[in-house]
Design a protein around this ligand. Structure first.
Ligand code: GTP
Ligand code: MG
Length: 562
């Protein structure tokens, strides 16, 4: 099963792709990105039959001028009824290959698209309005392309009709933008004067600019090389899920995910990182298909193992005897910040890379760069919105990753602040081992129990607040019973590097043992609030105070003593 985001009948489903390339279209707001994409679709005859006429008729009926950008909206609306996708993704084909276009409406979308493995951009158009000239986002997007390692770039100087197709106006922009891009490691393959609405130099050459003898936008695209085939690279599959077969008492597990790169065969030895656990592949399962012998980059798949080793979401499946990923907790990174609140050193965020999510903080901030002016600031303690920074991230638990120079797909990450994407970046290298006192503490499970649920809950909340106030990332979980189920959730959070405060009324000694068996006894500490009862032997260290705030203080003092 390979994901095909347009397979719902309306948008033309391309034939089995001989070759595909992801193209991202970037540039300042209103400079004509969507118009150019609409043109590319129309002029390569990649639109569904009648679509163009339908939109023209609709515009005429509603007395609106026709816009090529409407085509995209129309396609998006149709698709939205079928499947949910997070960005505008459309297909078109040239005689050379098939393209998947990512039309990035804003910074966050742009970053998401650039960083999610499924839509790894190999080429980019940077669109500039000839009349407005270079704006902040023209520069920022150029900077991001350089940082993310997108090397095949064409600059389209758009709306040439608005400057009377003037060669000098075009050349002024070329000079200025080329200098900026050189400073951020982007060497465009071409600068093309175009008009998105008129169609000049998009697919066909115009008569309006006889002074221009270079390639059209499409010709530049077709001249790009597909990057090294992902199927030949080392095998990487971020583990999305581990499913149990439920039928007939079958004890097997399926390890599921999408193959980022490389190829996996039945019988191969797989190594899960960061755990380093290894075993062989028994079968490769495919959704609605017969079992397969091998699976390659781009496919969503699942495989079963010869031996049951511990595998969890967020790990990366690799093949032994191939280049290993790095594993570690300290990363030298370059990142781009979009958050409304500044990125602060020492504050906890969530880092997402592949399927892994882990608590992370910016431990060292080496320099901060304004992505539009390229001004550099040193000795800062924060990164403001739209700034770029180099520094060191420290993770609460190890992850598997690659360095940007070796392998872009598994070196790009995003940072979440309060559940929202607030930044992203690339890993340049491991950042050396921390000294013992810098090493992140092993995440722990703190269980708060009492006779009454309300007492547990109040104390657990007070403890969570106390811990967070001391910059210890902690999450609150509650249960009314059923400890076994919670052990799995707590394990998951602890793997992600988070401390967990569990509110669990009437916890017995055997429940505590069960949690210790799941997480390791050194990681579980249970506290019992208030008086004893006849419910059996309660688990945990006795806490004398029953007032939540003072109980939390007592617990915290106890933890600090350890
Ligand atoms: P956002 O998605 O909002 O960032 O904008 P965009 O970059 O996708 O721009 P869009 O394609 O929506 O075009 C913005 C406006 O510029 C529209 O009104 C277009 O009709 C107009 N436009 C686009 N290309 C041309 C062109 O070549 N010439 C002229 N005159 N107008 C153009
Ligand atoms: Mg647009």
């Amino acid at each position: 099963m390979t994901g095909n985001p347009s397979a719902n009948g309306h948008t033309p489903v391309p034939p089995a792709p001989a070759e595909r390339m992801h193209l991202v279209v970037a540039g300042h707001v209103d400079h004509g990105k969507s118009t150019i994409v609409g043109r590319l679709l129309a002029d390569t005859h990649s639109l569904p039959d009648g679509k163009l006429e339908q939109i023209r008729a609709l515009c005429a009926r509603t007395s609106r001028p026709f816009e090529y950008a409407f085509l995209l909206d129309a396609l998006k609306d149709e698709r939205a009824q079928g499947i949910t996708i997070d960005s505008a993704r459309v297909f078109f084909k040239s005689p050379v290959r098939q393209y998947i276009i990512i039309d990035a409406p804003g910074h966050v979308e742009f970053l998401k698209n650039m960083i999610s493995g499924a839509a790894r951009a190999e080429a980019a158009f940077l669109v500039i309005d000839a009349q407005e000239g270079i704006r902040e986002n023209s520069r920022r997007h150029g900077y991001l392309l350089g940082m993310l390692g997108i090397r095949q770039v064409a600059v389209l100087v758009n709306k040439m009709d608005l400057v009377a197709y003037d060669q000098l106006a075009f050349e002024r922009i070329v000079r200025e933008y080329r200098d900026f891009l050189r400073d951020v490691d982007v060497i465009p393959a071409a600068f093309v004067p175009v008009s998105g609405s008129g169609g000049d130099n998009i697919v066909a050459a115009p008569s309006a600019m006889p002074w221009y003898a270079g390639p059209t936008a499409l010709e530049v695209l077709d001249s790009f090389q597909p990057q090294r085939s992902a199927a030949d690279e080392p095998f990487r599959m971020p583990v999305q899920d581990v499913y149990k077969f439920t039928a007939g008492g079958d004890a097997r597990r399926i390890v599921a995910g999408t193959v980022e790169s490389g190829t996996l065969h039945v019988g191969d030895e797989v190594v899960f990182q960061p755990s380093g656990k290894r075993t062989r592949v028994r079968t490769i399962e495919a959704f609605n298909l017969a079992p397969q012998r091998a699976v390659s980059a781009g496919s969503a798949t699942g495989f079963t193992l010869e031996q049951q080793v511990y595998v969890a979401r967020g790990q990366v499946a690799t093949r032994s005897a191939e280049r290993e990923p790095c594993v570690g907790t300290r990363l030298a990174v370059s990142l781009f910040w979009l958050g409304k609140r500044p990125l602060l050193t020492g504050r906890p965020y969530i880092l997402k890379l592949g399927a892994a999510r882990v608590s992370a903080q910016l431990e060292e901030l080496h320099r901060v760069i304004d992505a539009a002016t390229l001004e550099v600031a040193e000795s800062r303690d924060r990164v403001e919105r739209h700034e770029v920074a180099d520094g060191v991230l420290r993770l609460a638990a190890p992850i598997a990753y690659d360095n940007i120079d070796e392998f872009a797909a598994t070196s790009r990450f995003v940072l979440l602040d309060d559940y929202e994407i607030a930044g992203g970046g690339i890993i340049r290298a491991p950042a050396g081992q921390p000294t013992a006192d810098q090493r992140p503490p092993t995440p722990s499970l703190f269980v708060i129990s009492a006779l009454e649920e309300s007492d547990c809950r109040a104390t657990a909340e007070a403890l969570e607040t106390t811990l967070r106030g001391r910059e210890v990332p902690a999450y609150l979980l509650g249960t009314r019973g059923e400890v076994g189920h919670l052990a799995a959730v707590a394990q998951y959070l602890a793997d992600a590097g988070a401390n967990v405060v569990l509110s669990a009324p009437r916890l017995l000694r055997q429940d505590v043992h069960q949690l210790e068996a799941a997480l390791g006894s050194d990681r579980v500490t249970a506290f019992w609030i208030g008086p004893d009862t006849a419910i059996g032997e309660p688990g945990g260290i006795r806490v004398a105070s029953t007032d939540p705030a003072s109980a939390a203080r007592e617990i915290h003092a106890h933890l600090e003593d350890r």
